[in-house]
Design a protein. Structure first.
Length: 313
């Protein structure tokens, strides 16, 4: 079963490319973004609009209310079902998103869980003290920085599990959720990665945040701030604005935090995809004609002239 995946950081053209490829290759699109599942969170998640869809069916968007949880396991189950149904209709599934764990758990036989990891009481005390001083949210952000795999799975209110994950990572150098055996691919997938020059990427991210404000980001974040403890409230672009609503920070300060965290997340996304997946990288921002190369590579892959690494079979 063939599946295309389009990955990469925000603001590099994944949405527009996915729709062009869906038209060109008779495809349907599956969102692989952990925040676009929430109804009502449209602007801050850069959710594709009805006009942008241009008639192309999209799946796994607006499937949860903002007070509901959504995990990689939920996505894996729903995503695989969508792939099956799209393929049965004779269409090509195209997965689009920047959440590395979601894409990996969908396309590989990914089993989470780890037991018997070493314990270190001194480390546990260090993280407990940090949590007492700075709060659960700061602890979760620290976990997200060093181990996004665990941060995707562990809610920020579960201090015990967060501390355990941080402890394991510092002692062993790997995630507490790292699979013991190397997962195997379960689809014939072709991975396209979009990126551009870092300075230009960061400029585009900053501009996108400013545009979101004009489109109504503050109103969207204000509604979410009324339930700050739900999982959806941890999304970048929302939580940074909560101090502004309570008078703790100015709007400019809050937006600077949104931009900073968005840039850092883009860097983590790129690191994930480069280290964990075999991806064909392109820069459509500065080289828009590269779409011709992309379409040619997909055409060859569809007729089995090349394998996932782009080499002849």
């Amino acid at each position: 079963m063939k599946v295309i995946a389009i990955v990469g950081p925000t603001a590099v053209g994944k949405t527009s490319l996915s729709i062009e490829l869906a038209k060109r290759f008779n495809g349907e699109i599956i969102s692989g973004d952990s925040m676009q599942v929430y109804r009502g969170l449209d602007i801050g998640t850069a959710k594709v609009t009805l006009a942008e869809m241009d008639g192309i069916p999209h799946h796994l968007i607006d499937v949860r209310d903002i007070d509901e949880k959504y995990s990689a396991a939920d996505f894996q189950k729903a995503g695989r079902q969508a792939i099956e149904e799209i393929s049965q209709r004779g269409k090509l599934p195209i997965v689009v998103g920047g959440t590395g764990l979601y894409i990996q758990s969908l396309l590989w036989d990914y089993k989470l869980g780890s037991e018997g990891e070493p314990e270190d009481d001194s480390l546990r005390g260090k993280y407990e003290s940090f949590a007492e001083k700075n709060g659960n949210r700061a602890l979760w952000e620290q976990l997200q920085t060093v181990d996004p795999l665990a941060a995707e799975k562990i809610h920020f209110n579960n201090r015990k599990k967060m501390i355990r994950a941080l402890e394991v990572f510092e002692v062993t150098g790997h995630s507490i959720l790292e699979p013991k055996e190397q997962p195997q691919k379960i689809y014939d997938s072709f991975l396209i990665g979009l990126n551009t020059d870092r300075t230009y990427l960061y400029q585009r991210i900053n501009q996108r945040v400013d545009l979101m404000v004009t489109e109504g980001l503050l109103e969207e974040a204000k509604r979410l701030s009324e339930t700050p403890d739900v999982q959806a409230a941890q999304g970048i672009g929302y939580k940074e604005l909560f101090p502004y609503f309570t008078g703790i920070s100015s709007l400019d300060e809050a937006l600077d935090e949104v931009k900073l965290h968005s840039r850092r997340y883009a860097k983590r996304q790129l690191t994930w995809f480069r280290n964990r997946m075999s991806v064909h990288w392109y820069d459509l921002v500065q080289q828009p004609d590269a779409i011709i190369e992309i379409e040619s590579a997909i055409t060859k892959w569809l007729v089995n002239e090349v394998d996932e690494d782009g080499t002849k079979e």
